[in-house]
Design a binder for this molecule. Structure first.
Ligand code: PRX
Length: 646
């Protein structure tokens, strides 16, 4: 395709992921994964069976194998003579820094593991982690893994209520938290939410101990006998710890994610398969070269991206990485680019919502930093519209860095569909193809696979994969029902709409609940949003399918305008709105023209940056707006409605 970008010869020559991986995986699926597992992971006891799918949809990978995930992420690098390599360059929001080598990491993880043992944590016990983006979060996760105590990390932006539900569901005995966290230059309390989550008024809490990192030095309430300071308990521990090997299928962690009902799903992952695929993808997709790269994944450890691509993948590979505590605009909008310049970051992995925010802030901000160290860029979490993709390549990637648009989910544990930077000719906006070892198809309403271009269907995965979820914690039925019933037990139903283009690339079109049916035509919110943001007046857009008497559903768009356009909208009113409707008509077809285009000051987003279309749908359908408690800023819906009343 004229629009695609082939990799340079130099990039291909040095890339970890070469074209022959596809052939190998095609020729011998299990042999391929067995080789990945043996090449990338150190097993205390080798496995005797690669995959046991006899209990489908509950998979067992690398059966009979034994390993310790923490030893794989830490000790073996020290043993291999790389103890002095930097594991973590930590950058605090306020500018405080810490440099942690693999030898340091080994000592910190050992001390933390010993401390947890003193608190009574044993193999199989669940530990909740509710921490900001500080190195202790990594120490805590690896210490749990070391003891075979599954962690349940809860994002530090979640409320006491959300924390309570997650602690109760996982029956966590210990919570690891901090007194507070720095956000936008100010300390914000964190432990108070833990207190409220434990002292919840209903059933007795399973929590026996709370381990508290002192980060902001603010006042905290203290419960004697339950609460313990990290700096008192962890610091006095021995800095060595003999780790035990666990079965490949031993639970590694639980991570809660929202489903279609109100109750969050505890997605649960095990050890050998998860670690294998996290390490493999970080190597072949991000093209990590641990000796030379400086890697930065901007996710929070509270999300799966932080688990797989800050902790387990990169550390298993012996990476040097940056961890930044704060927000991108503190103390100024160039903070990220300052960090890239300071540490010479060469691989950057972030989310489209961040990229669009930077577009909104202006090209001159990244232009005033030296970003020439960047050689691979990644995107994750939602479809990246071609406009943002091009901006990312041009203004962050120096016009030449490959962008890997990686599709995966909390449930998949690791990247599934993505270009390989040294192999794939990139197509902006498309995640392109399943990576070697992964198989996907698109099904129609009847559950039949098809390949014709531009037809919209449902994405499914057709073979088990090593890092797949092993279930929903405590709810086998919900696991089968959610993922393995829509199209029968043969297909894992991802819940995403998708289509092929003429070249066979896969385009992800958002969750199927975001796919609307307008006069019998399927349209994706993502496609219309992409068309809107390709207009120079639009900074950000969210589209919902609202009920419509005539057409079934009709697209309603909410847009944030760029600076000068907002001025124009004030003066010209409807003219600009008409122009935007016509623009969508031109980009996709008249059927996609939004019924309404509503200019708004902000969009309702969750703390992880996902637009909450459900709330916009309430506005578009003239209903009372539903629950706003998971919004990053709960006043946004008020602002939107006030603006529309004017
Ligand atoms: O809809 C897809 C979207 O994010 C969903 C998974 O969300 P979560 O479990 O929170 O994990 C996010 C980080 C992996 C998917 O069902 N999604 C994720 N990556 C992409 C994407 N949609 C399009 N393109 C992507 N690259």
């Amino acid at each position: 395709m004229s629009d695609s970008y082939a990799p340079s010869a130099e990039l291909t020559a040095q890339a970890n992921g070469q074209a022959d991986l596809f052939d190998q995986a095609e020729a011998d699926f299990e042999g391929f994964w067995a080789a990945q597992a043996r090449e990338r992971i150190t097993w205390s006891k080798d496995f005797d069976q690669t995959l046991d799918w006899s209990g489908a949809p509950f998979a067992k990978w690398f059966v009979g194998g034994e390993l310790n995930a923490s030893v794989n992420c830490v000790d073996r690098h020290v043993d291999a003579g790389n103890g002095e390599r930097v594991a973590i360059h930590f950058e605090g929001e306020g500018g405080d820094t810490r440099t942690i080598t693999y030898a340091d990491l080994q000592r910190e993880v050992a001390k933390t593991a010993n401390a947890l043992v003193e608190l009574g944590v044993g193999t199989g016990d669940r530990v909740a982690i509710y921490l900001p983006m500080i190195p202790e979060a990594v120490f805590a996760m690896l210490a749990c893994a070391r003891l075979g105590a599954p962690h349940s990390v809860v994002f530090g932006g979640f409320s006491a209520e959300a924390l309570h539900t997650r602690i109760a569901d996982a029956d966590a005995r210990v919570v690891i938290t901090a007194d507070g966290q720095f956000r936008r230059g100010k300390p914000a309390p964190l432990k108070a939410a833990v207190d409220a989550a434990i002292d919840h008024g209903d059933d007795e809490s399973p929590v026996e101990k709370v381990l508290v990192v002192q980060r902001t030095k603010g006042d905290v309430e203290w419960t004697e006998g339950r609460d313990v300071w990290w700096h008192e308990l962890v610091e006095r521990q021995a800095d060595t710890h003999e780790a035990q090997a666990f079965d490949s299928e031993h639970p590694l962690f639980i991570l809660y994610t929202s489903g279609t009902t109100g109750k969050p799903k505890g997605i649960f992952h095990t050890t050998g398969g998860y670690l294998t695929q996290a390490a493999y993808t970080n190597s072949v997709v991000h093209d990590l070269h641990p000796e030379t790269d400086v890697y930065w994944c901007t996710a929070d450890i509270g999300w799966v991206t932080g688990h797989s691509y800050i902790v387990y993948g990169p550390l298993a590979n012996g990476a040097t990485q940056v961890i930044y505590e704060g927000t991108p605009d503190t103390p100024h909008q160039g903070r990220w680019w300052e960090i890239v310049q300071k540490y010479g970051v060469s691989i950057l992995y972030t989310a489209p919502t961040a990229i669009r925010t930077f577009m909104k802030w202006g090209d001159d901000i990244p232009a005033s930093y030296d970003l020439s160290s960047l050689r691979v860029l990644g995107s994750v979490g939602e479809p990246i519209n071609p406009e943002a993709w091009r901006w990312y390549r041009e203004h962050i990637g120096g016009g030449s860095a490959p962008i890997v648009d990686t599709w995966w989910q909390t449930e998949t544990g690791a990247i599934m569909i993505s270009p390989l930077p040294g192999v794939t000719s990139l197509e902006p906006g498309s995640a392109q193809r399943p990576i070697p070892g992964i198989s996907a198809e698109i099904l129609d309403d009847e559950g039949k696979p098809f390949t014709e271009p531009e037809k919209v269907g449902y994405l499914v995965l057709t073979k088990p994969w090593p890092s797949m979820l092993r279930g929903i914690w405590g709810d086998e039925e919900r696991y089968k029902e959610t993922y393995w019933s829509r199209f029968g037990p043969k297909y894992y139903f991802a819940g995403d709409g998708a289509k092929y283009d003429e070249d066979g690339n896969i385009w992800l079109l958002g969750r199927v609940d975001d796919v609307m049916n307008v006069s019998g035509h399927r349209l994706s919110t993502a496609e219309i949003e992409s068309a809107l943001v390709s207009h120079p007046a639009v900074a950000e857009a969210a589209v919902v399918g609202a009920n419509d008497e005539t057409t079934g559903q009709a697209p309603v768009a909410f847009v944030i305008l760029r600076g000068d356009a907002a001025q124009r909208a004030e003066e010209e009113g409807d003219a600009l709105v008409q122009e935007l409707r016509n623009h969508v008509g031109k980009e996709i077809g008249p059927i996609a023209k939004p019924r309404q285009v509503l200019v708004v000051p902000e969009l309702p987003k969750t703390r992880s940056g996902k637009i909450m279309r459900r709330l916009l749908k309430d506005v578009a359908e003239n209903r009372e707006v539903g629950d706003v408690t998971t919004l990053a800023d709960s006043s946004v819906m008020g602002q939107i409605q006030d603006g529309l009343k004017k």
